[in-house]
Design a protein around this ligand. Sequence first.
Ligand SMILES: Cc1ncc(COP(=O)(O)O)c(C=O)c1O
Length: 425
Amino acid sequence: MIWDELEVGLVKLAAGGLFRRRRTLDAPCGPEAVVEGRRVVAFCSNDYLGLANHPTLIAAVREAAERWGVGSGASHMVSGHLRPHAELEERLAAFVERDRALYFSTGYMANLAVAPTLLERGDAIFADRLNHASLIDAALLARAEQIRYPHGDLEMLARRLEQSQARRKLILTDAVFSMDGDLAPLPELFDLAERFDAWLVVDDAHGFGVLGPGGRGSVAHFKLPPSPRLILMGTLGKAAGASGAFVAGDRRVIEWLTQRARPYIFTTASSPVIAAALLVSLELIASGSARRAHLRRLIRRLRAGLAGLPWRIWPSPTAIQPVLIGGNDAAARVAEHLFEHGFWVPAIRPPTVPVGTARLRISLSAAHTEDQIDALLAALRECVMTPSLSLSQAPAPVLDGKEGLPSSTKGEGEERRESFPEDTE
Ligand SMILES: Cc1ncc(COP(=O)(O)O)c(C=O)c1O
């Protein structure tokens, strides 16, 4: 039967340690989760500023539901574009200092909108190999040639841009790599975009709200100029604590996307309640220096503790702190052990990350306390000492730093980028 191969596929996933299981939460998103009757400290959300369950946002949602109802009823181009959507776009554009912004239901959809709408046959996309799945899918959807360069390898990228005969070129990159936490060399990428007359599309899903002055994101931190070739995507379901995303840039780019982007046009506009909540979120982000300073302290504390463990860590200055385990099963075992001991840290395995680099992805939030970080470190130390986990030996796979994997010696650029978030606020 046609479904038999699915059965085989599912068995194979389980055998390869790749079967994923959802956990249902019985409490709002926050540093303490209630999962299947158990209370655990959660290090897995992208709620970097602790806004997902913030009382001010909850109040904004209540008020907006009274004023605007729940559903938008149609797509933006038909009749689903309500005042909160319009105001949000204006405020987002002003916040990130671009001409205009376009609000999408999700970051995945925003990414699917950009490259496929701007490019066609005969054009080329140059994409970092460790880009988020939504950027990879966007590149597949675009009819352009796809060239993937090794993670952060500017020389290779420059060579490929130089060799390319494409009519139009587009460089596509995460700003903060979602499974690695490191930063893309945005100024250098921008220089290359200038040199080769390319678009530079920056996905700042994990930088928006967290990095740069006022939380305006990676582009603001690096002080990239407001060039028409720079297209910024930011998500609103992570630091902003709600859901959705925006693409911001030159007014012609945004108008073109409004007119032509299928993931914008052919979908029901998200709830006006969410847009109204996001207006409040933006204010909390802008006034959130203390939250960001606390988050930076937590990052430093966690990294200092992790340095004493036998596992490699990434040169990540951000709230995303991966710990390399290596094997899929081993990563799953450690995550399970941690969970049983009250800590929820997801094991990230292929295909989300390259084979052999299964990892714990610890994500921090300004809502965490220093005590929670210390308790997690103690639990990780305990894992190392637990014979049944067979982890007492430091795993030392031969890894290629260029592919975003932790290298034992850090390059100058990494050092520079590691001190990055402290510098800007
Ligand atoms: C780098 C990156 N881009 C895009 C997305 C997609 O955003 P959303 O969750 O809003 O669809 C994510 C989130 O998973 C991400 O990590």
